[in-house]
Design a binder for this molecule. Structure first.
Ligand code: SD4
Length: 332
């Protein structure tokens, strides 16, 4: 390099350094002092139980288990069993509406604080699929048992065979046969699946979900409710989520897993449920013919819910008492 250019470059560099350091100095001088405020410690709400829809007796049962020091796993199992046994609830357990061949086929799953899970799909003749799902989780190396295999396993575990069709659902089915065109219609009326999430006194989270699925579904159809990640997901570090409504749409977005992951990224249960529904609606811009409701809880016991159409509620029970929570919806 020629001396003249060298000097020129050096002086430029020096000038650059001077001005850069002046800027740094200037920046340092003018920067307002940052006060680091530690987030206020959140006292977790526990125990607490929430479930889809307004199932008073189911949350009561789960609350009794939690209050007597029971685990969240026992609470959610025993809580949803109340609805499985209630023949007036025609979308869960005994008394659930049948498929289009007249058979009641049940779906259920359960998940514990350690990420263990069990599920039964399309199982007939057993009134408490959630308990069979728990047996799958605890007594087998598998997660999902289906149809006849699930039923056989249930008998081996001591469950009794029961006729799940009631007089009421049999009559409704026969009426439906008269008018049915056997179309695969996704409806928005088929509610009352119970998804339940609980935190026990130790702060551990568990969840369960159980349903007879869509009324008059094609034989063999399985919805989201027994699919881990879709109808239910629990991560003891973060929280849990569950879904009700048209299972096909929930499966497509792996809804409950999505919501738990959104909470992991910092969203509140409410914000996560809203984002979950919005994701689904982005893919269904022109459709108004289905309902979905999401319910979520985080590790602090904060809860939230959101749905496509108005009408979805969830029930919460904690030391604060019993509350039926109306949620806002995408189409208000
Ligand atoms: C299903 N998600 O089988 C269930 C139905 C349901 O309230 O939730 N009904 O798709």
């Amino acid at each position: 390099m020629k001396r003249r250019n060298f000097l020129k470059n050096s002086s430029l560099t020096a000038a650059g350094l001077v001005s850069a350091s002046a800027m740094v100095a200037c920046k340092t001088e003018t920067k307002p002092e940052e006060t680091v405020v530690a987030p206020a410690p959140v006292k977790p709400i526990k125990p607490i139980v929430v479930c889809t829809w307004n199932f008073l007796n189911a949350t009561d049962k789960a609350w009794q288990v939690l209050k007597s020091g029971g685990s969240s796993l026992d609470a959610v199992e025993q809580g949803v069993m109340v609805e499985e046994a209630d023949v007036t609830n025609e979308t869960v357990g005994k008394g659930g509406r049948p498929d289009r061949d007249g058979n009641v086929t049940l779906d259920a799953c359960i998940m514990d604080k350690d990420g263990n899970c069990g599920s039964v799909v399309c199982m007939q003749n057993i009134a408490h699929p959630v308990s069979v799902a728990r047996k799958v989780m605890e007594e087998t190396p598998h997660i999902i048992l289906a149809g006849k295999g699930a039923e056989k396993f249930a008998y081996e575990q001591g469950f009794k065979k029961e006729n799940l069709l009631t007089e009421s659902t049999r009559k409704q089915y026969q009426e439906w046969l008269k008018t049915s065109k056997y179309e695969t219609i996704i409806n928005i009326e088929n509610h009352d699946t119970i998804g339940m999430l609980a935190i026990d006194e130790k702060g551990d989270i568990a969840g369960a979900c159980t349903t007879s699925g869509m009324a008059y579904k094609i034989a063999g159809r399985v919805g989201d409710s027994p699919i881990i990640g879709a109808g239910l997901f629990v991560d003891n570090e973060v929280g849990g989520a569950t879904a009700t409504g048209v299972g096909e749409e929930v499966i497509r977005t792996v809804g409950s897993f999505l919501i738990v992951e959104l909470m992991r990224q910092g969203k509140s249960p409410q914000e996560a449920c809203e984002e979950g529904v919005k994701r689904i609606m982005q893919k269904n811009k022109d459709r108004k013919d289905f309902q979905i409701g999401f319910l979520a809880i985080n590790k602090n016991g904060e809860t939230g819910g959101y749905c496509v159409h108005p009408g979805f509620t969830y029930r919460e029970y904690s030391e604060k008492g019993h509350e039926n929570k109306e949620v806002t919806s995408f189409y208000s």
